[in-house]
Design a protein around this ligand. Structure first.
Ligand code: SAM
Ligand code: DTB
Ligand code: SF4
Length: 337
């Protein structure tokens, strides 16, 4: 049998000595996707072990600090004001309520607390509140992550000075497919915020969603954008679309589980030093699929019964799965950017 692997051989065999690559081509990435499943997983797991403890998973708990009525039209999102999803919208929550959730998350074993707001962009009038929140959660000894929409350069610096460890801002899909999913802001808007985050010295958390009706070339295109950044995102969340009634993507054909696992494996190979997070969508995955994701190099999850607005597996269920797989949770993973 002929394979297209030969041209890829030296991209992952000499891994101990090779620096991280930032010059991937879409064709090379598509060739990785096309590898026999066992070869792909073996390659991803081998590389994973060069950079990480293969039996340790970082766990982050997510909380929505401002829910619903977002002006953006993201076709996947239950929080967009453009879609009638029946979601109860909420005002920005009181800091003490958020701190109570953060303490509970810490007690259950989360090392990072991620806070999300259904905003197009951070408004200057909310910056003091956000800064106070970051300091409060940091004082608990947890890492902090925020996802608040677009940031200006000075806002990114202020968040960094406040001690924010990570900023999450996803590219979501390929540049080509993006316009089918979101029309109210551009791919370049997203990249500009990511530049501000990187320049301010924060860790970048950037990934996307699969299972939105895109094809494999779009999944490769998303990973291409991430893997060719001058510095890879420290954290790469791979979300499987959570289909929500009332969103335009409700009813789209479900992605084959093996294709999801392949996406994780390719992300691991392209960005071997980054945390690859098995993100939204675990509620609809069986234990075996999740185990294969860990084998493919996923080493981070969202932990706790809720994502932002949709359900996530119960913490106890995740702990049982970790015990069955002999996985440990990581105490802290924060590296200074
Ligand atoms: N409004 C901010 C923004 O869009 O950057 C922050 C919050 S937004 C909900 C954060 C991310 O959640 C999105 O970029 C998207 O990748 C993910 N997301 C939202 N709805 C989702 C869904 N139904 N399934 C999977 N991921 C989803
Ligand atoms: C990310 O990549 N996934 C998280 C987090 N970053 C903010 C959000 C998932 C949201 C899933 C739909 C919901 O619960 O509203
Ligand atoms: Fe708003 Fe973010 Fe949802 Fe898009 S993904 S609609 S920007 S909350």
């Amino acid at each position: 049998m002929t394979t297209s692997n030969t041209s890829l051989a030296d991209t992952t065999t000499n891994i101990t000595h090779s620096p991280l690559r930032h010059d991937w081509s879409v064709a090379e990435i598509e060739a990785l996707f096309a590898l026999p499943f066992n070869d792909l997983l073996f390659r991803a797991q081998t590389l994973h072990r060069q950079f990480f403890d293969a039996n340790t998973v970082q766990v982050s708990t997510l909380m929505s600090i401002k829910t619903g009525s977002c002006p953006e039209d993201c076709a996947y999102c239950p929080q967009s004001a453009h879609h009638d999803t029946g979601l109860e919208k909420e005002k920005l929550l009181a800091i003490e309520n958020i701190m109570t959730e953060a303490r509970a998350a810490k007690e259950k074993g989360a090392s990072r607390f991620c806070m999300g707001a259904a905003w197009r962009s951070l408004n200057d009038r909310d910056v003091d509140y956000i800064v106070e929140l970051v300091s409060g959660v940091k004082e608990l000894g947890m890492e902090t992550c925020m996802t608040l929409g677009m940031l200006k350069e000075d806002q990114a610096k202020t968040l960094k000075d406040a001690g924010l460890d990570y900023y999450n801002h996803n590219l979501d899909t390929s540049r080509e497919y993006y316009g089918d999913i979101i029309t109210t802001r551009t791919y370049d808007d997203r990249l500009e915020t990511l530049k501000h985050v990187r320049d301010a010295g924060m860790n970048v958390c950037c990934g996307g969603i699969v299972g939105m009706g895109e094809d494999r070339s779009d999944r490769a295109g998303l990973l291409y954008e991430l893997a060719t950044m001058a510095k890879h995102p420290e954290s790469v969340p791979i979300n499987l679309l959570v289909q929500v009634e009332g969103t335009p993507l409700k009813g789209v054909e479900a992605l084959d589980s093996f294709e999801f696992i392949r996406t994780i494996a390719v992300a691991r190979i392209l960005m071997p030093a980054s945390y690859v997070r098995l993100s939204a969508g675990r509620e609809n995955m069986n234990d075996e699929t999740q185990a294969l994701c860990f084998l493919a190099g996923a080493n981070s999850i969202f932990y706790g019964e809720k994502l932002l607005t949709t359900p996530n597996p119960e913490a106890d269920k995740d702990m049982q799965l970790f015990a069955r797989l002999g996985l440990q949770t990581e105490a802290t993973s924060c590296s200074e950017a």
